[in-house]
Design a binder for this molecule. Structure first.
Ligand code: HEC
Length: 96
């Protein structure tokens, strides 16, 4: 099977799972954000702001971090901001 079609199918399965449970996208997003955002500073900086910053505030923070060099995939600023604004304070992903 050509590789491109396999990616396409994987994308469909992921999108389907995401629609059903929200697990696929969220798990993915958490891993990426944690990895990208812990390169320069501890995730404690993020932890301290969970439940504090609004989605709009996160958007400007994430955009600022990208300006500093955070390597988020292109076009992921909004999705990242929305993900962060939905994390509960003390989220294990950023506060351990
Ligand atoms: C290229 C290095 C770098 C990366 C990667 C990075 N940051 Fe930062 N971050 C900084 C620096 C430097 C500061 C302190 C200076 C400042 O506050 O502007 C900071 C400060 C912060 C602060 C506290 C200040 C504020 O504006 O609330 C938060 C929250 C934050 N970063 C979140 C993130 C998130 C979320 C990501 C991933 C999208 C990220 N950072 C990735 C360099 C980085």
């Amino acid at each position: 099977m050509p590789r491109r079609i396999r990616y396409y199918l994987a994308g469909c399965v992921c999108a389907g799972l995401f629609a059903l449970t929200g697990v696929c996208g969220a798990a993915d997003m958490g891993g990426t954000v944690k990895q990208v955002c812990s390169r320069c500073h501890s995730t404690k900086r993020i932890c301290l702001n969970l439940g504090v910053k609004s989605e709009t505030a996160w958007k400007s923070t994430v955009a600022k971090m990208v300006e500093k060099g955070a390597q988020l995939p292109a076009g992921q600023v909004d999705a990242t901001a929305s993900y962060l604004s939905q994390q509960p304070p003390d989220s294990g992903a950023f506060c351990d």
